[in-house]
Design a protein around this ligand. Structure first.
Ligand code: 3EB
Length: 346
């Protein structure tokens, strides 16, 4: 499954082309995220593969985003987390049922408590294994825009996430990981993460207020993520851009216009890439070399979003299009991007 030679490689594979993971001690797949609708059970798998219930907009077979490495790898488990690690990199994932958090009497909502428990378990694992930094979190949970317990669920998630950072003595501004948070069609909170034994740089977007400084109109606690993580491994600059939307300053622009939101989001991605190149002179990161994952709220917007992307970036673009709810009700799409590592066409 893995062409040799790269510290980190990203591949998009149809489920039928997933191979068995290599034995411990060999290079190969670290893990990844598969997008199905409806999702399949994934807990028995050897490899830490998260099975997320999220429809692919272009049809076809369910697809897996698989990270692999030339490092000698081994697998493990910690609480509900499945992970696979090498000397430098660790990929992990977990699925947590909110219902198991019911009957709390401490004022926390089930989603808030599940989020906090998940992040605390992840931090515990990474501290015990000596992976000081997290490059990227992928967060998926159902009904992200729904209100329960008098609070939108994305805002409940933000409280639980921030409390976990604080309880582990981690800062919640400045040097925080890149992330995305999307509404799935599934039933549980699902988190995947990529951690590293290195010192990544957190990158911000000059066009946007840092998310951790969003004003309180967006919720009682600011979201804890940076606009991108940049890390140099084996002489290569790897860039992990957070979910990027049509937000300038802290405000959503172009409500109701998917085409304009796509352009604005891509201007933001371009600004983050420029900032990364400024912080790492010689990195030479370019929009056309990145791998994109595009989350679109309404399937009817697929054609215009894809067209705008091609226009902005040029062709061919490596992009996967998924149907998901975005964390603000007025956002119609969000764009993930990463690059600098090896990318195999799916
Ligand atoms: C935004 O820029 C859009 O809460 O982890 C983007 C990336 C967004 C990550 C997160 C949220 C998150 O605020 C939403």
């Amino acid at each position: 499954m893995t062409p040799p030679g790269a510290i980190l490689r990203l591949e998009y594979l149809p489920v039928s082309r997933l191979s068995q993971p290599a034995p411990d001690g060999e290079p190969g797949a670290l893990g990844g995220v598969c997008f199905f609708h409806p999702a399949i059970a994934d807990d028995g798998a050897q490899l830490p593969l998260l099975s997320v219930d999220m429809p692919l907009l272009e049809g076809g077979e369910p697809i897996c985003e698989v990270w692999s490495s030339q490092e000698a790898l081994r697998s493990g488990r910690h609480h509900g987390i499945r992970y696979r690690q090498g000397e430098t990199l660790l990929f992990g994932c977990l699925t947590l049922d909110e219902a198991t958090q019911l009957h709390l009497r401490d004022g926390r909502t089930p989603l808030q408590a599940a989020t906090q428990a998940a992040y605390e378990a992840i931090f515990e694992l990474l501290e015990s294994l000596g992976y000081n930094a997290i490059l990227r979190f992928w967060n998926y949970f159902p009904a992200i825009n729904a209100v329960s317990h008098h609070l939108e669920r994305y805002l409940q998630f933000n409280i639980g996430r921030q409390d976990a950072f604080l309880s582990h003595g981690r800062g919640v501004i400045g040097n925080v990981p890149a992330a995305c948070a999307l509404g799935s069609t599934g039933a549980a909170l699902q988190i995947a993460f990529l951690a590293v034994r290195a010192e990544p740089l957190a990158i911000e977007n000059p066009r946007q207020i840092s998310a951790y400084h969003y004003p309180s109109q967006y919720g009682p606690r600011s979201p804890t993520f940076s606009r991108a993580s940049l890390v140099k491994l084996h002489g290569r600059n790897l860039l992990f851009i957070s979910g990027t939307a049509s937000i300038v300053g802290h405000q959503t622009l172009h409500a109701g216009d998917a085409q304009a939101q796509t352009r604005e989001s891509l201007h933001n991605v371009a600004a983050v890439v420029a900032e990364a190149n400024r912080r790492a002179p010689g990195a030479g990161l370019e929009l056309r070399d990145l791998a994109y994952k595009v989350y679109i709220r309404h399937p009817r917007d697929l054609v215009s979003v894809r067209q705008e992307m091609m226009k902005f970036i040029g062709t061919p673009v490596s992009a996967v299009f998924l149907q998901a709810d975005i964390c603000r009700a007025d956002l119609l799409l969000e764009i993930d991007a990463c690059g600098g590592h090896a990318i195999s066409p799916g």
